[in-house]
Ligand binder design. Structure first.
Ligand code: AMP
Length: 116
């Protein structure tokens, strides 16, 4: 499948700068440019997946690594005690803007429910 080159591909390659908070062999995490909470960080897997729907065709380890690293980064951001929200927008109805799988970490304030 041919995947479009997204802004997150360019951040990962260094073509576009980001405000990086964490990087290892599996993931890159950086601050969202349009934060929706005092802490709003995006986590992307280095092994590219375009959307959440594609995870069903991937080895379980791909989703496991993304979730575990996202939990690790949330801890590093100091969010474990107060809690936080993980959001993965998917497709048109999910309002996914960037076709590169990413987990939003939102924290630092009491978040409302249900989402808009
Ligand atoms: P989504 O709607 O789940 O695809 O979210 C895409 C997110 O990427 C939005 O929250 C944007 O604010 C964020 N975003 C877009 N461009 C950049 C960028 N260059 N650096 C950091 N975050 C970005």
């Amino acid at each position: 499948m041919i995947m479009e080159v997204t802004i997150f591909d360019k951040i990962l390659s260094g073509e576009i700068p980001s405000n990086k908070v964490y990087e290892d062999e599996d993931v890159l995490a950086f601050h969202d440019v349009n934060p929706q909470a005092p802490i709003h960080v995006l986590v992307i897997p280095k092994k590219k997946v375009a959307t959440f729907t594609e995870l069903k065709d991937r080895p379980t380890i791909d989703s496991g690594v993304l979730f575990q690293k996202t939990a690790l980064i949330a801890d590093k951001l100091g969010l474990d005690d107060e809690g936080y929200r993980i959001v993965v927008n998917c497709g048109e109805n999910g309002n996914q803007e960037v076709a590169y799988l990413h987990a939003h970490i939102l924290g630092g304030r009491k978040l409302t429910w249900p989402p808009g």
